[in-house]
Design a protein. Structure first.
Length: 275
């Protein structure tokens, strides 16, 4: 069992996190925790602040204000200690195209200080069916092959925390299901924590224990997927997402039936085609 999960603490703890670009607060004083061993989804429309938040967690962007602790490590003081124990996956980030798959994995393995790197690459090649193209340049791979290499890169250091930015974007349903299953299997085997940013609400309902909803740089609601669906009186997380993106709030328990009916009535704007 993973040590972090066994000790039952928060793998990620964010307090008052803020990032200002010029006059715009991309992230505006958010605070949240991600329990060790859980999968937490970070959701919101384009421009909500999800990617900026993940970039700060990775140490790629320096916060304007606020504190981040990852796996018990203060990211301001010793981020290298936390970074060695985490990893990141996004289909929007390409591996160096001229390097072979094996060379790419060697580079990342060395960056993470992986011991017995050759053995780890061989292990991942077997698990993810990479053997046939290990020595091909990354730029010559098909979309499905790149997906498998991306998984190998994400698992190379056996991370305790995985940050995933829309990991199944643009994948066909079969490949997307394969990717989700591998992340689930890895989590079950290792006890790892996952923070997932996604626009696929079916994926969120399937994977997430907790959901953090962002809008305009702030956290506007959070809870388990089923709790949020029930709270908003909706059928699924996609409908909840639309409500929050359009600034509709969940009804309080004190509101009578008539008020709830009025609150949840589909507005004309809801019937407009989505861009």
């Amino acid at each position: 069992m993973n040590i972090a999960k066994a000790e039952n603490f928060d793998a990620v703890c964010v307090s008052g996190l803020t990032k200002v670009f010029g006059a715009v607060a991309a992230v505006d004083g958010i605070s949240f925790t991600v329990p060790a061993g859980s999968t937490t989804a970070l959701l919101g429309g384009n421009g909500a602040g999800k990617t900026t938040t993940i970039s700060m967690l990775l140490g790629l962007i320096k916060p304007t204000a606020g504190d981040i602790q990852i796996l018990g490590v203060d990211m301001r003081r010793a981020r290298h200690k936390a970074l060695a124990r985490m990893n990141f996956e996004s289909p929007y980030v390409d591996l160096p195209k001229r390097l072979t798959v094996r060379e790419n994995l060697r580079v990342y393995g060395r960056l993470y200080g992986v011991r017995n790197l050759k053995g780890r690459i061989d292990e991942l090649a077997e698990e993810l069916a990479l053997k046939e193209f290990l020595d091909r340049p990354a730029g010559t791979l098909s979309a499905g092959q790149k997906t498998r290499v991306g998984l190998a890169k994400a698992f190379i250091n056996k991370p305790e925390l995985l940050l995933l930015d829309e990991p199944t974007a643009s994948l066909d349903p079969d490949t997307a299901d394969w990717v989700r299953q591998h992340f689930s299997n890895y989590q079950k085997q290792s006890g790892a924590t996952i923070l997932l940013a996604s626009h696929n609400m079916t994926e969120v309902e399937r994977l997430a224990d907790n959901v953090i909803m962002m809008n305009k740089g702030r956290i506007v609601d959070q809870g388990g997927p089923r709790d949020l669906i029930s709270r908003y009186g909706r059928e699924n997380m996609e409908e909840v997402f639309i409500d929050i993106a359009r600034n509709r709030r969940a009804p309080s328990r004190e509101e009578d039936g008539a008020a709830v009916d009025e609150l949840l009535t589909v507005s004309p704007a809801r019937k407009e085609p989505q861009s």
